[in-house]
Ligand binder design. Sequence first.
Ligand SMILES: Cc1ncc(COP(=O)(O)O)c(C=O)c1O
Length: 452
Amino acid sequence: MESSNKIFDTYRQKTQRSVDLFKAAGNVLPGGIAHDSRYIQPHPVYIDHAAGSRKWDVDGNEYIDYFGGHGALLLGHNHADVTAAVTEQLQKGTHFGTCHEPEVLWARQVQKMLPSAELVRFTSSGTEATMLAFRLARAFTDRPKILRFKGHFHGWQDHAAFGVSSHFDGTPTPGILPELSRGIVLGSTESIQEVRKRLQDRDIAAVILEPTGGGWGRFPLSDQFVRDLRIATSETDTLLIMDEVICGFRCSPGGAQADLGITPDITTLAKVLAGGFPGGAVTGRRDVLGLLDMDYGKDDGREKVPHQGTYNANPVSAAAGLRTLQIIEKSDACEQASAGAARLRASLNEIFREENIPWVAYGTYSGFHICTNPEGIDIPLSEFNARMSPEQIRNQDSVLIGLLRVALLIHGIDIAKWPGGIVSAVHSSQDTDETANAFRQSVKMLRDNGIV
Ligand SMILES: Cc1ncc(COP(=O)(O)O)c(C=O)c1O
């Protein structure tokens, strides 16, 4: 498409060193990348350094960052106190292959902020946390299946890889055993009655969900659904796993569960938990996490759930996580981030109206999502959730979205591909104004090139 070529040409001219690095990367990294979400055509920008809400690429271009370390950086890039804690730990050592004080302090801080965390087992990532949570749930209940919801993301492990953006019929994505996919039931958040009915078979060990909606709220979810789900799971002795990998310590210091006033049996955590360093955790009921205990089954011959992991509770992650959580507990960081996102959503909707395009910026807490509304439905924001189906949100024009992202990069903004982003506590009003202006310029660029 000639119009896209023009936008790509402008982008290439601005990001010459990134062009060269992406070429070199193609020879050593499959697809030139390390994470599917980082792919962008014609090439990604290569970032050299970051601070606060901003980052700079290898050509010296500055961006307002709405990736936020995939959601890990609630306090923004290089928060001085977190950097100091990490630096202190680096000087002491990065891996002792044994227990250490920071892991105890970190776990106690998690417990303090998240009352459902009777016990905490650290992992190296959110994916590992959900994998362990499924294993614990199956072992604890002696039931074979996990119920997940379509469009809810729980990492890339085999039990969670399908039914997120494709394979909604439950068939496995390449490389996953069909017998393993049969251990997963894919549900819909559109009907609690259906879920309630399915739980009656009592073969479901646990139901897992993103409590603020699938894809970080890209697919909105009512609080009532989560409340009803808590009741339905309790009534059938099914465990409820809240996947708070992205919303934990972000929606509020006590996560989404504190805001909802719901106590899950198990919570999975990562991202903010480890303050921008690798780390995750499974937390929850003492009797469930007790299956990891070395003494478990000593008296009755039952077998414990095995769990290892070289980087579990890595001291550097523990130092970063502990300091980050302490700051969040004692400050209004979560509120600041949510307020920043609300400000941004309002500004974007104003621009979309003024530019006369049917797009909608929506979301909750510190998230924002953009629906380009290909069917041009006239939706007041208050009716967005009721009027747009998951299919309509999903079936957006990927070429348009790709070009929007490139146009935004040209104008100094980095958003995520779904499309949308994550706001930190240090995004300022000036960031909002600059972002709004960049959106206006980007929409104009797309219009001048005949794309919208
Ligand atoms: C809700 C949720 N669960 C699990 C994961 C997987 O976490 P990780 O990328 O640390 O493996 C993510 C990552 O984005 C997530 O958002």
